[in-house]
Write a protein that binds this ligand. Sequence first.
Ligand SMILES: *Cc1c(COP(=O)(O)O)cnc(C)c1O
Length: 464
Amino acid sequence: MHYLSTRGGIAPIGFSDAVMMGLANDGGLLMPAEIPHIDAATLQTWSTLRFQELALEVMTPFIGADIPRSDLRMLIERAYAHFTHPEITPVVDVGTLKILELFHGPTAAFKDVALQFLGNLFEYLLARTGGKLNIIGATSGDTGSAAIDGVRGKAGIEIFILHPKGRVSPIQERQMTTVQDANVHNIAVHGTFDDAQNIVKALFNDLPFKAAYQLGAVNSINWARILAQTVYYFYAWGRVTGGDISRRLNFAVPTGNFGDVFAGHLARRMGLPIDRLIIATNRNDILTRFVHTGIYASGDTVHQTISPAMDIQIASNFERYLYDLYAGDATQIRALLADFQQTGRLTIDAQHHQQVQTDFAARAATDIETLAQIQATAADSGYILCPHTAVGVHAAHGQPDCVCLATAHPAKFNDAVCNAIGHEAPLPLSLQGLMEKEPRCIALPATVAAIKAHLEATLIPIAS
Ligand SMILES: *Cc1c(COP(=O)(O)O)cnc(C)c1O
């Protein structure tokens, strides 16, 4: 399988190179040159496989000869060895709802499903080339811990995660800083999340520094993350329908950067009987407005909500969908994105908009509606939703045959849960005892110079 850029500016590359490149060198996103089609008989066979075996089958056509099958099997087994549920991503019945629980990984968030795989994949690919990777990222609290856990103790990898000092929740801070592996470096900056993110961007824009220190990212644009997330759509369909090919399902997806919902779209393009994907957003509703109007226009500012992992202004994976919608026409994508860059909006034509409305439904929830949903579901069935999941369940209303993706364990967001139902959700095993563990973190000024000096003191540059 070969990979191309959505902007048409790179020569075709294989899967391993696509994983190591992350963002395409021309600024676009990497996409497979074609999407494999899975026939009905194969889907039926897949419907009984355990999660890890299914992952092997779903991923294989995208990887081709790049990784021998036995090695891929080992990487997948390792990735999911630390999940606390034997099914990895079980579907549970909650009253009349079907909830796909994606939070049984080490940090109790759905990002573990992709990042536990990506960490193992990076280590494997680096070992083949003798290369090194220094991951640097900024977090407002939620994704840092999943990234850290994905690469802790991995050979050839160091990870530096910046967070705004004193501005992440105590549990999130401890999740990151109590990891004892020597390759994990937590930096609390005296500033805001935006300060931290701007520092990381500045380091990536300093191309000589980036090359000398082999800096890389683990953000949601890496193709391997999309691929790993595609697996649970197949898994859920198999569990819910028992492999009955005549049954089409809808999925409600709490959406921020469009990675998760794009994985669902990919599964549908591969032939999985999915009817609608329901894009669920909070008050940051750029994607909901797009589905309704055909106009993708950034709002004035990012609103802080009680579902913080979905507080985004621009959805970084959206370009992948556009590229597929326009049948891989990179010239059109470049034109649309140029519009967006210049005016803050892009508009698709009526015919393509019609396709968007066939592919997706969309609904936004306010914080008040989110709390009401947590409250209503708890009252109906005793089941506690995390606020992100509640946004999805709210959006799913009235849709038949709908599976709602649960993207985080409710105990990670106990402030919101308490607000809604008057008591906390019990901590899962992975989050217990964190406050008693020893934190390891250094505090630095929120300046590019300070972070750069710290990296220079910690890492050895490669000779150029
Ligand atoms: C990241 C995240 C989301 C949004 O997923 P995208 O792939 O960015 O759309 C939703 N819920 C939780 C809990 C998350 O961590």
